[in-house]
Write a protein that binds this ligand. Sequence first.
Ligand code: DC
Length: 226
Amino acid sequence: MSRYYSVAIDGPSGAGKSTIAKMCAERFGFLYIDTGAIYRTVGVAVRNAGIGSKDEAGVTAVLPSIDIAIRHDGNGLQRMILNGQDVTDEIRLPEISIYASDVSAMPAVRSFLLEKQREFARTNNVIMDGRDIGTVVLPDADLKIFLTASPDERAQRRFEELQLRGTQATYDDVLRDIVYRDTNDSRRSAAPLRPAEGAVILDTTGNTLTQSFELICGLIEEKMSR
Ligand code: DC
């Protein structure tokens, strides 16, 4: 039987998980799965169906009609396909961040997406990032990392990212969104955001991206050399 490696990176929004995970996936030739993008895609489906982000009965009812596919383009970018339509850009809208955070607190949504996520790790070396990868999705991952940074620093990083994308948002909007989602994601009863047992906790406040990247590459190399 072939042996596949799995790396789980969890942490609050704006901690740099996806940027670093993508870079690591490239260096080690692993498949990168951004699970937040999957929750965001459910958020788009719910919004498109005219259902409120906190309407649990409405969201649960619409789940069977949601078909989500993931494609990786030539640059390793994960494209999200919702019922045949590419929603990769749309899922990044600030409005969808709130939808994703709200619907992700619903147990029906989490179980709807669980197997979809696990399937990737059965057939690939993966680096998966999210909120519950080390605690729920891949509790037996070879390496679990909990990546965090101060709310101010995360808001600043996210603000700069949105500006580069041309999305209109002020720094205060972004900070408010981060604080809202931190509270939502860590206080919910279904798979709350918390470090997994055995996770390496990395606070990247004050680090450059390269420093955090190299640190994590070192941890992966150490695991793979055993
Ligand atoms: O990582 P992100 O900001 O793109 O994630 C969007 C939302 O999805 C986030 O507020 C919480 C939720 N999420 C989750 O509950 N579990 C995951 N594994 C990934 C994301």
